[in-house]
Design a protein around this ligand. Structure first.
Ligand code: CP3
Length: 340
């Protein structure tokens, strides 16, 4: 019998002596081999839409650190891009989109995803899956509708534009969210068809929602995506990452996700007592501890391992790895987590 991949075992509810480990944003600028391919591609979007190069950068951190999971190299903003919204990434600044500022602007979006764009992402998934070591799992992903909407509505990183639309015109805003729910279901199902073995939904700005808005714009859309994905792929696990959920964490049990990613600010012991001991938790090492290194890093890892030890755990960061992270510290972390 082929042994189950450690990441999938934990997503199925197993508690392993040593947790599987991968890091959000593990393919990126802290790696010289990434910077080299990125320069070859010319732009970040060219890299995302070049299956051969995107597959190569997806595999780079696996080759270097032997992580237990590869995450597809792409971006949450490819969904609005494939819905026809202009998108560019400005060096040292971040994404820039032509804002969809009100319900009238929705007519500028296509009905379905542009296959010329997303088809290349599915091709990347296929290439990575073919080349992946047998014990490493492949994670696909999308952004949660709320987080993607914050970028679509402001055209950048100002979250107040989407919040204001949601407050002033909830029915109109729901139309945007519904479009994102169906596009995301389609996008994730195609990633799974191409070879993704688990999917993660990134809700990076969930923490911006007040308790009154959290259910409607974080919980409900993510639940709807999961329902759509499970209808076609009932056995594929879904990891939800509602960053900054904080005091709203107890509501997350309503999500019914197969695993919950928790950010650096959360106390894993408290989250376990709110969500129960059987829900796999993913996280939550401080990305800054990874920069600090040395004893600080060892102690931070020991703390996460012990706080998470009461149930199924996937070791990860509380947020994405930063470009100024020393590679030796990542090596140190992986050794430490594995107890080598
Ligand atoms: O985790 C991985 O290694 C897979 C690839 C991945 C990227 N972005 C690559 C990327 C994933 C899963 C994402 C998710 C993503 N993208 C999120 C959710 C997670 C989070 O970080 O909160 C968000 C909010 C985005 C949107 C986005 N993409 C922003 C705001 C930026 C600019 C900031 C930055 O770090 O440069 C990006 C660009 C981006 N996405 C880069 C990478 C490797 C850097 C691009 C470059 O090479 O210049």
């Amino acid at each position: 019998m082929i042994a189950e991949k450690p990441l999938l075992a934990v997503l199925g509810g197993a508690t392993l002596k040593r947790p599987p480990v991968w890091f959000m944003r593990q393919a990126g600028r802290y790696l010289p081999e990434y910077r080299s391919i990125r320069a070859q591609a010319g732009s970040f979007l060219n890299l995302c839409y070049n299956p051969e190069l995107a597959a190569e950068v997806t595999l780079q951190p696996i080759e270097r650190f032997h992580f237990d999971a590869a995450i597809l190299f792409a971006d949450i903003l490819l969904v609005p891009h494939a819905l026809g919204q202009d998108l560019s990434f400005v060096e040292n600044e971040g994404p820039r989109l032509t804002p969809i500022a009100n319900v009238g602007d929705l007519s500028r979006l296509r009905n379905g995803l542009d296959q010329d764009r997303v088809g290349r992402v599915y091709e990347t998934v296929k290439l990575v899956r073919e080349r992946l070591p047998a014990d490493v799992a492949l994670i696909g992903f999308c952004g949660a509708p709320w987080t993607v909407a914050t970028y679509m509505v402001s055209g950048g990183k100002d979250r107040s534009a989407a919040l204001l639309w949601a407050l002033r015109d909830p029915d109109g805003f729901a139309k945007l969210i519904d479009r994102l729910v169906s596009a995301s279901v389609d996008y994730l199902c195609h990633q799974i068809d191409a070879g993704a073995e688990a999917v993660q939904i990134f809700d990076s700005w969930a923490g911006e929602l007040s308790p009154a808005l959290f259910s409607r714009w974080c919980i409900e859309p993510v639940k709807a995506i999961m329902k759509g994905v499970k209808a076609r792929h009932p056995l594929v696990p879904v990891i939800a990452f509602p960053r900054g959920a904080g005091s709203k964490t107890s509501i997350l049990s309503e999500l019914g996700a197969d695993a919950i990613g928790i950010d650096t600010a959360e106390d894993p012991v408290a989250v376990r007592s709110l969500l129960g001991k059987t829900v796999p938790l993913q996280g939550n090492l401080d990305p800054l501890a990874l920069i600090a290194g040395g004893r600080t890093l060892d102690d931070a890892i020991a703390h996460v391992l012990s706080a998470m030890s009461g149930g199924p755990h996937i070791f990860n960061l509380g947020h994405g790895i930063r470009p100024d992270t020393p590679i030796e510290h990542v090596e140190q972390a992986v050794r430490r987590i594995r107890g080598d």
